[in-house]
Design a protein around this ligand. Structure first.
Ligand code: GUN
Length: 295
């Protein structure tokens, strides 16, 4: 059996950023509005600092205005809420992202729910969750959107496919299931308490793994020819005493059986920021009452 097609997330993320840059240029030319995205980072989490730096750089590269608010770890919840409120009322700022995790003394849910739903570029606000499930125009979480774009890069029409999502988080599992339903897939959500998970995954034409368990999905679980999208990013010890990144899918085994598969790194990962920029452009268009190419 031939090896699977490797889905190049880095390249496809570049294509998405190019589309965003085009849309930004159009909003400036036709409406005189430059989309703006604010990112709020509280504290010193090293991974978060890297994400925020990359986000800011890519925001500027697609022609948007970028603001970075870096607040000390001891900032009070009230001060974070006051900053979000200020950004909610700033017409030049079309998207607000509060980087997670927040320090323990801050109630993340309270902060995320204080972001105006139309500026909620993470798509985490309950209003956007509801809009997604009822099929209204919504800001949709970035990693799920990126996962669907990658699946559609192999098979543009997913209609009628049997899709199995592994994982039921609010950030990936649940929203990606809603998106698959919107694509007319038959959707199963499997999770840590699912019985006979292997048998369920084996029935899937499309597998989206987002459980956070390193290499949980084995080659023997994959139906020959299936599309496999691996959302996992797990750091595990490697042979040379250092660490390496692996997904939720045992890549080498699964690549021998699947029709197409995303690598880790270089699969879903690069799509997240690209889709964040897409959401910011969509949010800007929505706020000025313009049509958006993205939703
Ligand atoms: N921290 C890690 N990933 C994300 C993300 O997608 N959004 C936010 N707000 N924080 C994160």
């Amino acid at each position: 059996m031939a090896e699977a097609q490797i889905i190049d997330g880095k390249k496809i993320a570049g294509d998405v950023r190019a589309e965003v840059a085009k849309e930004v240029a159009r909003l400036i030319a036709e409406h005189g509005v430059k989309p703006g995205l604010a990112v709020v980072l509280v504290g010193e989490d090293p991974a978060s600092k890297v994400y925020v730096k990359n986000k800011a750089q890519q925001t500027v590269e697609v022609g948007m205005k970028s603001w970075e608010y870096k607040l000390p770890a001891e900032t009070s919840e009230a001060d974070v809420l006051a900053l979000v409120n200020k950004l909610n009322n700033d017409a030049a700022c079309h998207g607000i992202l509060v980087q997670l995790p927040l320090p323990k003394h801050i109630n993340s849910e309270k902060v995320l729910n204080s972001i105006h739903p139309d500026k909620d570029v993470d798509g985490f606000h309950p209003v956007n969750v509801g809009r997604l499930w009822v099929g209204e125009r919504a800001l949709v979480p970035c990693t799920p959107t990126g996962s669907i774009i990658l699946a559609k890069s192999v098979k543009p029409n997913l209609s009628g496919m049997d899709a199995v999502v592994i994982g039921r988080s609010n950030i990936v599992g649940k929203p990606v299931a809603a998106l698959l339903l919107r694509e007319n897939c038959t959707v199963t959500i499997a999770h840590s308490r699912t019985k006979n998970i292997e048998d369920i995954v084996k029935c899937a034409d499309l597998v989206i793994a987002a459980v956070g368990i390193p290499e949980m999905v084995k080659g023997s679980w994959i139906r020959p020819g299936a599309i496999v999208i691996d959302v996992g990013i797990n750091r595990v010890p490697s042979e040379n005493g250092k660490t390496k990144l692996v997904g939720d899918v045992a890549y080498d085994e699964c690549a021998k059986v699947a029709g197409a598969i995303t690598p880790v790194p270089g699969g879903v990962g690069p799509m997240t920021i690209a889709c964040l920029l897409r959401n910011a452009a969509q949010a800007a268009a929505m706020q000025i009452g313009a049509k958006s190419v993205f939703a």
